[in-house]
Design a protein around this ligand. Structure first.
Ligand code: GLN
Length: 236
């Protein structure tokens, strides 16, 4: 982190913002503030340059048209790729997750992605809609992920991208795994918003940004909600 204040940059809320994904920004700021870390939230519209001095960048979900436009503008701008190369944390959901890969499909056409994660997405035969849940890569030390998914694409990971979750409920990438991570980049199909439903994941991202794991806080409320969601999908 370059300054005392955590800079959270939400990329293109005018194009990518579905299913309460704005909440991910609010939760990151809240989880930082609970540890006495100040947070500044910056919203960058698609006609504005992407600042390179952010600590955490957020990309949210979106429909095919806005998703393809966002990819074009981000490639032309180059700021997100520069920030990621400088070690910034990137958290991406659904359409935003797909566009971190090399290619994705939108409106029946193959589109070029940012190439930040070793993965590509193609069209699924069905839409994946509903609850999404399963255990997270044990290396990350998180409780099971729960979320809501709604996407047509399917995502295929290369060797350099690790699956985030082993799917027990839902489809995720391909029915077997869900999401991906590499270094300080992490993507998921989970809306909900994902970080409100999975605050330990928010803490992981803030910890990556500040350079050390965060001390625990009282999470009995989110834990009860998690237990309810896991029970509702038949996992616990
Ligand atoms: N347009 C993408 C798909 O359908 C992403 C959808 C979304 O972000 N909800 O696969």
């Amino acid at each position: 982190m370059s300054t005392e204040t955590l800079r959270i940059v939400w990329i293109y809320p005018d194009l990518l913002s579905t299913y309460g994904d704005r909440g991910n920004m609010l939760i990151l700021a809240r989880r930082a503030e609970l540890r006495g870390i100040g947070a500044e939230c910056v919203e960058v519209q698609s006609d504005q340059p992407v600042p390179v001095n952010g600590d955490i960048y957020l990309l949210a979900g979106g429909e095919d048209g806005p998703q393809a436009l966002a990819a074009e503008r981000l490639i032309t701008d180059g700021g997100l790729n520069r920030a990621a190369a400088n070690g910034a944390v990137v958290f991406a959901v659904c359409a935003g997750y797909q566009l971190l890969g090399t290619t994705f499909f939108a409106k029946g056409a193959r589109c070029t992605g940012l190439g930040l994660l070793d993965m590509h997405s193609d069209r699924g035969e069905t839409r994946a809609v509903g609850e999404l849940a399963g255990p997270v890569d044990p290396v990350l030390g998180l409780p099971p992920l729960t979320g809501f998914e709604n996407h047509g694409g399917r995502t295929h990971l290369g060797a350099a991208a690790k699956p985030l979750v082993t799917v027990e409920v839902g489809i995720g990438n391909d029915g077997n795994t869900e999401g991906a991570w590499a270094g300080k980049l992490l993507g998921t199909y989970a809306h909900g918003p994902a970080l409100a439903r999975n605050p330990a994941l928010a803490d992981l991202l803030v910890g990556w940004a500040v350079g050390s794991p965060l001390p625990p806080v009282d999470d009995s409320w989110p834990d009860r909600l998690r237990a309810e969601r896991l029970h509702a999908v038949g996992l616990r």
